[in-house]
Ligand binder design. Structure first.
Ligand SMILES: Cc1cc2nc3c(=O)[nH]c(=O)nc-3n(C[C@H](O)[C@H](O)[C@H](O)COP(=O)(O)OP(=O)(O)OC[C@H]3O[C@@H](n4cnc5c(N)ncnc54)[C@H](O)[C@@H]3O)c2cc1C
Length: 452
């Protein structure tokens, strides 16, 4: 197939679909090429026993995520609150605390340390401009260290350091040793602070989407109709100032502009002719994806609620470091969702599926008691094994990347425009950031091609 359109979009995740929708609304002729046989990218619904949808990819939305909340509203979808009642569990710094509210009952020294670490990191983050982190007054200093380097100096107790490690893994699905401190600070500021990132009620885990989050992408794709082409992995982009020729198997598309709405490491796997400028290529060479395996473990009923547990648990000693109650509002069946993140995903991926399952059940039993031993279903997804994601939740930058190559993250190159949640200035890494990037890139092109 050979087609000529105004704009070709590579990738039918939220970012690509939002960009396509905005461009179509502006009168452009658009084609979206999607590598997988489905839309949604890092959003994917599977079925619980009984048929209800459950997410194996991204799922939560929260206050301040206005772009995705507006989109949910526009598409006629509904949200419902994450179950957030009862006692949470925190196993940090060697102890176990069962607590209600936001603050675990840890020893006072650890608690004071956590408070000072969070205060200092939030203050540091507020000094990082979300649209140009490399322009922070202390950008070079913060970009020449990892979160771990900072934590070694700033942390005073095992509990404080353990807590920061758990939240780094939970938020970035990477280790403190992996991340540039400047990237972490940018990401925190882009979300409005650490509490916004880690809280359930009032934070990023507050609400879920009825019917599962992939419905957002499915609805957007439905509206775009045959403008979305599945099973079309883009391998080649030939470009010059006038336009592009994009190749996906037997499909060739010529267009005046291309939106590349795939995660940075995957954008690097496409072959460009002529090759991209060094700054852009050096940037994407230094942006790996985080690593996560997500588990939905299904029980006859949410048994933990009967003993007063919320289903929320965190641990700096278990592989399943983060757990939430993922039961749907009708209460049946009960679902616990948990994650192997960062180094735990490395180790978990090397286990046989039976051993991995045994590890998950052992950790859930450790948190919630022997009833966790008997799930009725076990749904897992290892995102590093996905050819067109190669990790999750998102990409991050290694030290020395943002300050040297940061401006190449969003700057168009000739007819090539970059979208995807990693290019966002608010809630980068989240569905909201993906939607922001789609709107931004559509505006960029509309202005450029005088569609508006
Ligand atoms: C386990 C997990 C949990 C998460 N939890 C949350 C959460 O609770 N809340 C939240 O907001 N976010 C969460 N996220 C992150 C969220 O899912 C992403 O930020 C968002 O979906 C990214 O959208 P995107 O459009 O930028 O990228 P993607 O969804 O990655 O879309 C990119 C698309 O491009 C396609 N593609 C790749 N290469 C090519 C190619 N060469 N040719 C053609 N197509 C290609 C891919 O198949 C994909 O469809 C989570 C992610 C995961 C995996």
């Amino acid at each position: 197939m050979e087609r000529t359109v105004d704009v070709v979009v590579v990738g039918a995740g939220i970012a690509g679909l939002v960009a396509a929708r905005d461009l179509v609304r502006n009168g452009a002729e658009v084609l979206v090429l999607e590598a997988r046989d489905r839309v949604g990218g890092r959003l994917l619904n599977e079925e619980l026993p009984g048929g209800a949808a459950i997410e194996v990819g991204g799922q939560w939305v929260g206050p301040g995520q206005d772009r995705i909340l507006d989109l949910i509203d526009e598409l006629g979808l509904k949200t419902f609150p994450t179950y957030d009642e009862g006692r949470h569990i925190a196993e940090i710094g060697g102890g176990r605390s069962e607590y209600v509210g936001r603050i675990p009952k840890l020893n006072p020294l650890a608690l004071a340390d956590i408070a000072q670490l969070q205060w200092r990191l939030d203050r540091l983050a507020r000094q990082v401009p979300v649209d140009a982190p490399w322009q922070a007054a202390r950008a070079t200093e913060w970009d020449s260290q990892t979160v771990a380097t900072w934590l070694q100096r700033a942390g005073r107790t095992t509990g404080g350091r353990g807590f920061l490690r758990v939240i780094t893994e939970a938020v970035f699905s990477a280790e403190p040793e992996d991340l540039s401190l400047l990237w972490a600070a940018f990401y925190i500021n882009a979300a409005g602070g650490i509490d916004a990132l880690i809280n359930t009620t009032g934070g990023a885990q507050q609400d879920r989407i009825a019917g599962g989050s992939q419905t957002i992408a499915l609805r957007l794709a439905e509206d775009l109709g045959d403008r979305v082409v599945p099973n079309a992995p883009v391998t080649e982009i030939d470009w010059d100032p006038a336009g592009v020729r994009v190749t996906a198997g037997s499909t060739t598309v010529r267009a005046r502009r291309a939106v590349i709405a795939v995660p940075p490491p995957l954008a690097a796997r496409i072959h460009y002719t002529p090759g991209l400028p060094g700054d852009r290529d050096q940037l994407v060479q230094r942006m790996p994806m985080g690593r996560v395996i997500k588990f939905n473990v299904v029980y006859d009923e949410p048994f933990w609620r009967r003993t007063g547990f919320s289903g929320q648990a965190n641990s700096d000693k278990r592989a399943l470091g983060t757990v939430f109650d993922n039961t749907l509002p009708d209460h049946s069946p009960g679902v616990l969702v948990g994650f192997f993140e960062g180094r735990h995903a490395d180790l978990g991926a090397r286990l046989s599926s039976a051993d991995r399952r045994a590890q998950v059940i052992e950790d859930l039993t450790g948190y919630f008691g022997p009833q966790a031993r008997n799930p009725v279903a076990f749904i897992e997804r290892d995102w590093a094994e996905e050819e067109y994601s190669r990790g999750c939740y998102g990409a991050f930058t290694a030290p020395g990347t943002l300050t040297r190559f940061g401006p190449a993250l969003r700057a168009p190159i000739g007819p090539l425009h970059w979208a995807g949640t990693e290019t966002a200035t608010r809630w980068a890494g989240y569905m909201d950031g993906a939607a922001e990037s789609g709107h931004r890139v559509a505006r960029e092109i509309a202005v450029n091609l005088h569609f508006q």
